[in-house]
Design a binder for this molecule. Sequence first.
Ligand SMILES: [Zn+2]
Length: 453
Amino acid sequence: MDDHRRRPFPVARAGKPMMDESQIIEADLTWVGDRFEPEVQIVVRSDGRIEHVGALDARPTHRLTGRALLPGMINAHSHAFQRGLRGRAERFPKEAGTFWTWREEMYRLAESLDADGFYGLTLQAFREMLAAGITTVGEFHYLHHDATCDGFAFDEIVLQAARDVGIRLVLIETYYQSGGIGQPLGSGQRRFKTRTTTAFWNEVDALAGELHASTQTLGVAAHSVRAVPIDEIVSLHGETVRRGMPFHIHVEEQRREMVECVSAYGRTPMALLLERLDIGPPVTAVHCTHTAPEELRRFGSGRGSICVCPLTEGNLGDGLAEVDVMHESGANVCIGSDCNLRIGMTDELRTLEFVQRLRKERRGVCVDEKGSTGRALWRMATLGGAYSLGLRAGAIEAGGVADFVVLDLQAPVLAGWSADTLLEAFIFGAGAEVIAGVCVGGHWLPSPETPTH
Ligand SMILES: [Zn+2]
């Protein structure tokens, strides 16, 4: 590692950064709107919010030389403990590996974890996210209990791990009731159980009192139509919307889920949700791998979000989603690392686009109104995630949170960049090796005052 990489923030500071005072940040390039601009100064208040973006002619407290600054990336869907499956569940009898055999492995992991083990895996996953430039995680949390299968002991551990690592967290507290439609929970699912909606909301209320004020918020999920009866999904959704919180649910990742839902309810999961829920911005449907194009369009017209998880969907052999229809439907598309087999947002974005290129035998499947794939993908990784999680984040703008990712402009894999090509060079040609640091709510990681060499 050469010298400039060992010093994450080679700053020529005119003043000492003080966490209890405002900061003025200036990098060589800053992502503002949909482009990189030079000579942009960002004023960050002591409460971790951006106060001003633009030329100030002030002396910066943080002059990030040889660096570009972008909004921190947002991971809208994670199950952090599944980091413990990395490298496992990858050997199969020929043709015998499926989502369902992977799920059995996941259940064995869930049953084996005590509080320390759960904390360790969650910490590890969150650390890897920060190292990958992800400054916010939406943790879809359903492993609530320790071996007693009671008491929600693991919920506060998620809050603790996020605080300890320094990542922004939306804890998506997840309701889980049945082992399949109309089925009792299996032994591997007992630690997920939430009993009744009343007990569930009591736990949500208790968690609300445990949050770190400036970096943690709550959302609610119904795990899936497999795990929650439709009347309870409707009840949970209604109360979540009433409280102004985001509502997430896994939808149509696997064809078997659709067959079982048609058998029980006479329609597919998405058709059922479109019929029973008032789809709007608080709702995020995770996956939608097999959702019919017409239903994607109906969902998108309500301005709901669809969270795709390209690496996980590929690893689990879920199938090929109609990503171009999602993108064109009006839905807000965002990205999740889901089972965390590999944590890298640019890997997710590349996989999303390249799989569709392979399928359609053309280039540029997801493009914005100006024909840019890079900007369309970047939006999913930033503003798309913020919208899904109900945050003012994902952009460098006054009033938003001061969450940034810092790129090392001298990194060899970016050589040849220009302000016009840097975003695409990062998304298609690079990953964590060019990330010099992150900032979450005004707190720098690593600190610019403690170089790592
Ligand atoms: Zn998931």
